[in-house]
Design a protein around this ligand. Sequence first.
Ligand code: C5P
Length: 233
Amino acid sequence: MLIPDPKVIVALDMVDCTTVYRFVDRLDPGSCRLKVGKELFTAAGPQLVDQLCNKGYEIFLDLKFHDIPNTVKKAVYAASKLGIWMLNVHASGGSEMLSAAREGIDMAGVNRPFLIAVSVLTSMSDNSLRETGISCSVADQVNRLTKLALTTGLDGMVCSAQEAVTLRQNFGDTPILVTPGIRPEGSQQDDQRRIMTPREAMDAGASYLVIGRPITQHPDPSAGLDDINQSLV
Ligand code: C5P
């Protein structure tokens, strides 16, 4: 199924290249994008990204860079040269680090990837934030870091579908919002706590949906993906 600007980003939460290639050969690069995260990238490296790009897939490289500005700038530039579609950094690295990331991505020229930021990890609670010396609520911190990232010129944020509603109210239609925690009607919740269906998440303001197990563990991944895409039409 060829879809202009597919909304589903399939999370490749696997560490073995053979499994990855066998899996992606069952999908169509015209109907989804792929997310390569820290585990897979650490195990398989840039070569895997290159192979997936050669198969026609657009890649979200989910490495969440967070370091001193100069290192992040160089890492972002190095990542952008892999021919990826999108990558991310931690907004909590601060405005200098975010500006450096932006410079790194600009060095890639007109065909640069999208650069988005993570605000507060959804594994963090108000309590765990407090342990790190941050006394405001998760919601306030998400808002603060989103403002910082967007005013520094980043293209958008990773956020929960619940957060997307508030972020759209506060920051308008332009930012790209990428949301995990998605479960199609009738599929298993797994370890996700607050879930939305693909349709609900798009209605809540998401631009793209990160979906892993409902597709990777589906007996027919391509059919599972087609059902999700149909629900978005
Ligand atoms: O299998 P599932 O759909 O739960 O996978 C979701 C993907 O999104 C995983 O790669 C997970 O690490 C990632 N993710 C998440 N929640 C976040 C950020 C990323 O589930 N807040």
